[in-house]
Write a protein that binds this ligand. Structure first.
Ligand code: NAD
Ligand code: ZN
Length: 354
C-alpha cells in the first residue's frame, strides 16, 4: 500500500508533523456528533492543526453514511474555502473515515486526506486499504472509489470511551485477520480479553492485525483475487447484518462477521478440509464471547436471497466464498449450493444450542 501507516499513542505530535510537511492551504476536520464531544476537544487542545481546522460535523451511525451527509460535507468544504491544496482530516469511526475519504477524493477531483480512526474497527479495518464510499438506495457501500489516505494515524488512546460492544465488534475483524494469517496469531487473539487490554499492548495487536490486511491489499489492491480473502465471514455475515436490520434490532458489524465466520468454517470443513474439532472450539469461543445469532429455518430462504444480492457474487445461481483449509491457508472462489448453505445453517444452530 502507498499509504503511510503511523502507529503511535502521541497522535497530536505526529499529526502536526505530517501537516507541516504537507503545508495545506487550509484544513477541515470531519467528525460525527460523538467524536465531536469525545475526541475533538482533546485534539483541539493538543494539536495545532486541529485547533485551526474548520469543523464539519455529520450525524453518527452507518444510516447517515449517505448522499445527504456527503452533500453537506461538500457544501461545508466549499464554504470553508477549500481548494485543491486543502487537507481533510477524518476523525472518527469507519463511518466518518469511509465518507470523509470519499468526500475528499471527489472534491475538486481529489484533495489530500489523513484518517485518524477513533474506533477499534476503523483502526484495524475501515481506515486502511483505500476503500471509500457511502451507502445508496438501500445498498451498503454502493457508491465509492478506491483511494488511499495520505496517512493513517493509528492509536489505541481513543478507545476508552467505546463501550464493550464496540470493542468486541472491532475485535471481530482482528479475529478474521488472525485466521487468515496463521495458527499462532489466531491462538494468541483467543487468549486476550479485548474489553480489558492496556493501550500499549492493544497498539501492538492492532499493528500485527493491520499488517495482515496490508500484505493482502498490497498484492491485490483492486480485489481481483487475493483481496477476496478479506471477505471471510462477510458473505454470511452481511446477510445476518441485513436480516438484523430488517428485524429492527441491528447487530454490530463485527458481531455479524464472527457469526458469519462460524458458518463459513462449517462450510470450510465440508468443502476445504478445515478441521471439524477446530470449528467446534471456535464456535464455542464465539458463543461465550459474542453470544449467538438466533434464526429459524423459516428464515433460511431470506438469508440466502440476501447473499445472492451481494454484489460480490458474479453469477446469481451460485454463492462464492473465500474459505480456509486451516488458519493461514486460504482457498479462494469456493462455490456453495443453497442446500449446502442450509446444511451449514442447521449445524450453526446446533452448535449455538438454538
Ligand atoms: N472501508 C473499509 O474497508 C471498511 C471496512 C470495514 C467497515 N467499514 C465501514 O465502517 C463503518 C463501521 O465502522 P465503526 O464500527 O467504526 O462505526 P462508526 O463510525 O459508526 O462508529 C461506531 C459508533 O462509535 C462512535 N464513536 C466513534 N469513535 C468513538 C470514540 N472514540 N468514543 C466513543 N464513541 C465513538 C460513533 O459515533 C458511532 O456511534 C461502516 O460504515 C462500514 O461499512 C469500511
Ligand atoms: Zn468487515
Amino acid at each position: 500500500m502507498a499509504q503511510k501507516l503511523i502507529y503511535t499513542n502521541h497522535v497530536a505530535q505526529e499529526l502536526d508533523r505530517l501537516v507541516e510537511a504537507i503545508a495545506p492551504s487550509n484544513i477541515v476536520v470531519i467528525v460525527d456528533s460523538n467524536t465531536k464531544s469525545f475526541v475533538l476537544p482533546r485534539m483541539q487542545a493538543e494539536s495545532e492543526a486541529i485547533a485551526k481546522a474548520s469543523v464539519i460535523e455529520v450525524a453518527p451511525g452507518d444510516a447517515n453514511k449517505n448522499l445527504e451527509s456527503l452533500s453537506s460535507i461538500w457544501k461545508q468544504m466549499q464554504e470553508a474555502g477549500c481548494n485543491r491544496l486543502s487537507l481533510v482530516i477524518n476523525l472518527g469511526g469507519g463511518m466518518v473515515t469511509d465518507m470523509g475519504a470519499f468526500a475528499a477524493s471527489t472534491f475538486k477531483r481529489g484533495v489530500k486526506f489523513i484518517n485518524v480512526p477513533t474506533t477499534l474497527l476503523a483502526a484495524v479495518d475501515a481506515s486502511v486499504g483505500g476503500k471509500t464510499g457511502i451507502n445508496y438506495n438501500g445498498l451498503k457501500n454502493e457508491i465509492g472509489v478506491f483511494n488511499e489516505a495520505d496517512a493513517v494515524i493509528i492509536s489505541s488512546t481513543f478507545f476508552n470511551t467505546l463501550n464493550d460492544q464496540e470493542k468486541l465488534s472491532g475485535y471481530g475483524e482482528m479475529i478474521k485477520h488472525a485466521l487468515l494469517s496463521s495458527k499462532e496469531e489466531y491462538e494468541s487473539l483467543l487468549k486476550h480479553d479485548v474489553t480489558n487490554i492496556d493501550p500499549d499492548k492493544m497498539l501492538e495487536l492492532i499493528k500485527s492485525s493491520v499488517a495482515v490486511k496490508e500484505k493482502i491489499v498490497t498484492e491485490d489492491p483492486r480485489e481481483k483475487g487475493l483481496r477476496k480473502a478479506l471477505n471471510l465471514g462477510h458473505t454470511v455475515g452481511h446477510a445476518f447484518e441485513e436480516l438484523s436490520i430488517e428485524r429492527k434490532s441491528p447487530i454490530p458489524h463485527g458481531y455479524a462477521v464472527v457469526f458469519g465466520i462460524v458458518c463459513e468454517l462449517i462450510l470450510a470443513s465440508k468443502k476445504a478440509g478445515f478441521p471439524n474439532a477446530e470449528v467446534t472450539r471456535f464456535a464455542s469461543y464465539i458463543k461465550d464471547t459474542y453470544g449467538v445469532f438466533p434464526f429459524t429455518c423459516k428464515e433460511y430462504d431470506r438469508l440466502i436471497a440476501l447473499m445472492h444480492h451481494d454484489k460480490k457474487n458474479k453469477n446469481s445461481d451460485e454463492i462464492n466464498f473465500s474459505l480456509l483449509e486451516a488458519p493461514g491457508t486460504i482457498v479462494l472462489d469456493c462455490v456453495a449450493s443453497d442446500d449446502e448453505i442450509k446444511e451449514a445453517f442447521d449445524l450453526y444452530r446446533e452448535l449455538s444450542g438454538e
